[in-house]
Ligand binder design. Structure first.
Ligand SMILES: O=P(O)(O)OC[C@H]1O[C@](O)(CO)[C@@H](O)[C@@H]1O
Length: 364
């Protein structure tokens, strides 16, 4: 059945290859059917090389491939990441406090909120000046050390919020820097103009073994110790977002200052966990970051409940199958006209490409 549908879709490829987009765009009913919305997010896909017949075959493909059932399994915490044998539960990171989402029979939402509350408490203390550095000064600047999934999403959201008036006001007088590359020039750029007395270092590493992150962490720790004159400064100036408590302890970080996450958070989606929430709360305040989490939750609900034809993530996924596997396009252009989204592309590129690398085709 699915094979027949696939060959039908190949027929659509032949039809679309001989049809100019200008011709497709003359059909207003087609264009209108390709304008869908969830809250304030609009998806207008009328400039994709599809007509309504192609789309109905793609929706049929989703149905035959069991997307609905797979979605149910995902939100039920089943281990749908087959290559790594893990649940895929980043939606639990942005679920409301009273939600229930289970992994291995245990509701993980209370654990998520325990860490969110701890991050709120810590970031409020740092921002208010109640938390003092080694020499008694308030910490106004933050350097995040991490790489790949433990860096790109955080930097993207930091940049996206920088020009939002409410977030900018909350960040007044504070700096947030990122250090990912092991090139000493990146260390220099990250620390440029910072005073160790007023700097907090956030080491972000799920495993706390990643070579680049560990080298940068040691380099910046040495800078703090040299500037502040004692190893004791680490307890006040270094915190971590990690799942490896033994390793963060060995590095000298107080276990109260380690903000955890879980095996079911893939690195590429981890901006929604402590990886993103801590640094962003230090810069913009927890309230603003909580709005980001609420936005993500609204999209999770839409993905779960909207019908296929109105379902933004599903439609984008189907268009990806169409463009990549059927039309054979080898690249995707993401063009954020809004300059505040300047770091969106590296974030999505890493997220998308790493997901593809981990995907196990049912056909191989
Ligand atoms: O958070 P960690 O353990 O330092 O790992 C970072 C690496 O893990 C990933 O986030 C996911 O594999 C990569 O993108 C990144 O290079």
């Amino acid at each position: 059945m699915a094979a027949a549908l696939w060959s039908d879709l190949k027929g659509q490829v032949a039809k679309m290859s001989g049809t100019h987009l200008r011709t497709l765009l003359q059909d207003q009913a087609r264009n209108d059917s390709m304008f869908v919305q969830s809250g304030q997010i609009v998806l207008d896909y009328c400039r994709q090389k599809v007509d309504t017949e192609t789309m109905s075959k793609l929706f049929e493909l989703a149905d035959k491939a069991g997307v609905e059932q797979k979605k149910t399994k995902m939100f039920a915490g089943e281990k749908i990441n087959e290559t790594e044998g893990r649940a895929v539960l980043h939606p639990a990171l942005r679920a409301p406090r009273d939600a229930a989402i289970s992994v291995d029979g245990q509701n993980v939402v209370p654990e998520v909120w325990k860490v969110l509350d701890a991050m709120k408490g810590f970031s409020d203390k740092v921002r208010s000046g109640e938390w003092k550095g080694h020499t008694g000064k308030a910490l106004t600047d933050v350097v995040c050390i991490g790489i790949g999934g433990s860096y790109l999403g955080v930097e993207f959201v930091y940049e996206a919020l920088k020009t939002c008036p409410e977030a900018a006001a909350a960040a007044n007088g504070r700096k947030l820097r990122f250090l990912a590359n092991v090139d000493p020039i990146d260390v220099k750029r990250a620390l440029e103009g910072l005073n160790a007395e007023t700097t907090l270092v956030v080491i972000i590493s799920k495993t706390f073994t990643t070579a680049e992150t560990m080298l940068n962490a040691k380099t910046v720790k040495a800078w703090l110790v040299k500037e502040l004159g004692s190893e004791d400064c680490v307890a006040k100036h270094v915190v971590a977002c990690s799942t490896a408590l033994d390793k963060t302890k060995a590095f000298g970080i107080d276990s109260n200052n380690v903000f955890g996450f879980w095996d079911w958070v893939g690195g590429r989606f981890s901006v929604w966990s402590a990886v993103g929430v801590l640094a962003l709360s230090l810069q913009y305040g927890f309230g603003t970051v909580n709005q980001f989490l609420e936005g993500g939750h609204a999209m999770d609900e839409h993905f779960q409940k909207a019908s296929a034809k109105e379902n933004l993530p599903l439609i984008l996924g189907l268009l990806d199958v169409w463009n990549g596997s059927l039309l054979g396009y080898e690249g995707v252009a993401i063009l954020p006209y809004c300059q505040a989204l300047l770091r969106f592309v590296p974030h999505i590129q890493q997220l998308d490409m790493e997901s593809r690398a981990l995907w196990k085709s049912p056909f191989r």
